[in-house]
Write a protein of this length. Sequence first.
Length: 436
Amino acid sequence: MTKTSTSARVDAAARPPLRAAGAMPSGAALPPMVPATVHPAITPSVERGGSHPAAVDAIRVGAFLLSAQFPGQSHGEVLERTVDATMAAERAGLEAVWLAEHHFVPYGVCPDAATLAALLLGRTRRIRIGTAVSVLSTTHPVSLGEQAALLHLTSGGRFTLGVGRGGPWIDLAVFGSGIAAYEEGFAERLDLLLRWLRDSRVRADGPQFSFPEVAVVPRASEPARRPGPELSDWLGLQHDRTTSRFPRQRTDLARGAAAGPAGPPVVVACTSPASVALAAERGLPMLLGMHSGDDDKRQMLAAYRAAWRAAGRGEERLVQVEREHVAAGVGQVADRGPAARATLLRAMPEWFEYGLGAHRTVDGRERKMRDPYAYTELLCDLHAVGTARQCADRLLATAERTGIRRFALLAEGSGDREATLHNIARLGAEVLPQLT
């Protein structure tokens, strides 16, 4: 268990009762890796002046929404909170909202992040919407590519496709892809998806997918429709005119398109050396998990650069891609640091146990578990949890130590709708100004 200071710890007697001393499975939601190293928040000036090529870039902060079902909540209530939180994130000036997908477990009740992204892109005007992640092991790459192209072209280029291989869950049996899709098939699925997003005609002749050449319709590589008031009018939507209440972060829609292939940006969830190497070899940025500390991130970035160079890719393009790495984390703002921790420690351990305890493996393999309370404490230590100044310092410190300038912060850790919306508003009003 990770140790924390007495002042920052909620008294053990105040811990909420847990049904069983279970903990969380490794896999899609919180995959295992090397033990995370805990770094307390520091004042940014302590390690200022790094030479990383991304050091001149602005820090971009988004909200990570799992559509988490806390005990006692209905599915509709949870999804309504996700929609409301996205609207709040746009009002707050956040750069993006990232959506998770899960099947058959209350850990997250959104089964298709791309479908929910379509709704939210239609409800918003400026903010980017991304999947974190769409699970390729249970989805046909062509179907997902068609969805991504559709969202890219109709949203003015505001959609980002995050993909991952998921976990060894019962989903593989339900959707018919089988354990081989998880253990051996991710590279083939990713390559087919990328060809669909970049080419005009595609055929497949692989172990998992084989079909004759077909036309790609619609083509994601066509120029995206630029965002503007006429798009919302065309959709027949009434938009909240308070979306400019807080200063906006740059979305840089054109920068990503100019730097690499046309079409929606693609990021890859990386939780192992193999997935890091695959992302680098394909020239794609990484999405790093909540469980990773700064030292873990630095190790993965070093492995990424080594794999990139081994694949013969150029240094100029490496600098561009590294600006787009995303680090998932937790964001919880309060007037006092201990209060922010207490909010998460009251709600998240029971959600972890209740939600992730429902996972079933497809082949009966043993599930490795973590203690939910200890894991929540670890997340509080690693991420932007505390006062607005402490949250900003934590993000700045991670940026300086690793070079990562893009964050997706879990904002719904309180489990309460109003508290989530208030937390997002404080991230925009109090934390973002301290990152410029």
